[in-house]
Design a protein around this ligand. Structure first.
Ligand SMILES: Nc1ncnc2c1ncn2[C@@H]1O[C@H](COP(=O)(O)OP(=O)(O)OP(=O)(O)O)[C@@H](O)[C@H]1O
Length: 256
């Protein structure tokens, strides 16, 4: 199967106000297959967010090649949905109205997308909360609403930048199971940034390990564990070996 995402020799420099140059990404090569779940891990500043922003078309200026379905990515498109660390829901809009925001902004047929939004809410366990406001939901539910909003225009690719970083440990584990289920049900291609090695190993088909200054890929580790995975699988010896191998890349870094 040909890759959905092809990244070739991708480099991105930022220049600071003082005139310094930061090499956020240097010569990154990565192919992602349709329907694959890829996790990106690495210490702060290794370019994970920059890579997602380029794929989302939010950073148009870079060197190298970034192709989605064979076409260069230079600006945002409906093929890509983005889930941020905080769900950034508008407090004065109901959950359903928040999920429909990307549809409203480009004047698509509300009737069609309203049904789709309701299906997504059912899939993510939010049925019955359509007319609630963000403050009436738990953190995990708000994050699920953020996922629905990212999926409402039916993108092929879902980019997730530390989406569960602000949740408590138990809710986070629950959301990992939920996301696996949503991914298995929806068949989306997911790129998922995390600082948690267990989270990366639980979710991903492959874990991309990145290192900073300049930001590059140090290793890509396949996770050949059967699906659907259970949290109890994390205690298996084979899972522990994969996590130890990934952890051996980091010393004194903010990766847990
Ligand atoms: N808009 C910008 N202007 C200047 N420098 C930037 C900009 N965005 C990112 N950088 C720099 O580029 C490098 C990579 O940043 P990026 O946010 O992609 O890393 P990251 O791996 O996602 O970090 P974190 O894990 O802390 O979120 C860092 O050194 C950062 O300071």
């Amino acid at each position: 199967m040909s890759p959905l995402i092809q990244i070739r020799k991708l480099s991105k420099n930022y220049s600071t106000k003082g005139g310094d140059i930061t090499a956020a990404l240097s010569l990154v090569d990565l192919d992602v297959a349709p329907g694959e779940f890829v996790a990106l891990v690495g210490p702060s500043g290794c370019g994970k967010t920059t890579l997602l922003k380029i794929l989302a078309g939010l950073v148009g200026e870079y060197r190298g090649e970034v192709l989605l379905n064979g076409k260069p990515v230079r600006k945002p498109s409906s093929e890509v949905g983005f889930v941020f660390q905080e769900p950034t829901l508008l407090p004065w809009r109901t959950i359903l109205e928040n999920i429909l925001l990307p549809v409203e902004l480009v004047n698509l047929d509300m009737k069609v997308y309203r049904d789709r939004a309701l299906d997504l809410m059912a899939m993510t366990g939010l049925a019955g909360f359509e007319n609630k406001y963000p403050k009436e939901l738990s953190g995990g539910m708000r994050q699920r609403a953020g996922i629905c909003r990212a999926l409402v225009r039916d993108p092929k690719v879902l980019l997730m930048d530390e989406p569960f970083g602000s949740l408590d440990a138990m809710t986070r584990e629950f959301m990992n199971e939920e996301l696996q289920r949503i991914w298995l049900d929806s068949g989306k291609t997911i790129l998922f940034v995390t600082h948690s090695i267990p989270e990366a190993v639980f979710l991903a088909d492959r874990v991309v390990i990145m290192s900073p200054r300049p930001g590059k890929i140090s290793e890509i580790v396949p996770v050949n564990l059967p699906r659907p995975r259970q949290l109890s699988d994390m205690a298996h010896e084979s899972t522990g070996e994969i996590m130890s191998h990934i952890r051996s890349h980091f010393s004194n870094a903010r990766v847990i």
